[in-house]
Design a protein around this ligand. Sequence first.
Ligand code: HEM
Length: 143
Amino acid sequence: MGPSADHIAKTDPPTLDEAAIAALVDAFYARIRRHPELGPIFEAAVHDWPAHLRLLTAFWSSVMLGTRSYRGNPMAVHRGVAGIHAGLFAPWLELWRQTARERLGPDDAERIIGHAERIGESLKMGLGMARTKELGLRIVGQG
Ligand code: HEM
């Protein structure tokens, strides 16, 4: 990916709408389910995939379009995900980047990637998993 990629497509498709987000979410979770480490975690946790995809479409529509259709607490949910650990955020984000860049215009893709990176970072912090090893810190009183 060189700097030229930014200059090929100058303009995004006219609208990022809920249908585009639903299609992105579908394609992303299809990849997640095939991923050797992430797949089993999601298969164990998600029992109603159509409902999960609707929920995540609502989440991303709220983030990107301000629809306010998502009401939930991702931090609390991720605390309860069996097998989740810091090392999974990088592959999760890599699949998100790939899927977003394939399916959205370049500006929308970079915006939605930036949101995922920041939310992922705060989830990791909240879970007490953020760079604690590298910093030599021990987080106490979490949870
Ligand atoms: C290590 C990376 C991640 C893993 C393994 C993971 C795993 C999961 C799983 C298994 C669920 C379903 C939980 C359930 O229904 O019981 C879930 C829900 C969800 N995830 Fe993640 N996730 C990761 C990162 C992220 C990131 C970076 C975001 C946002 C940018 C995110 C947003 C959400 C949202 C919004 C839900 C729905 C929460 C709700 O039920 O209200 N996740 N995640």
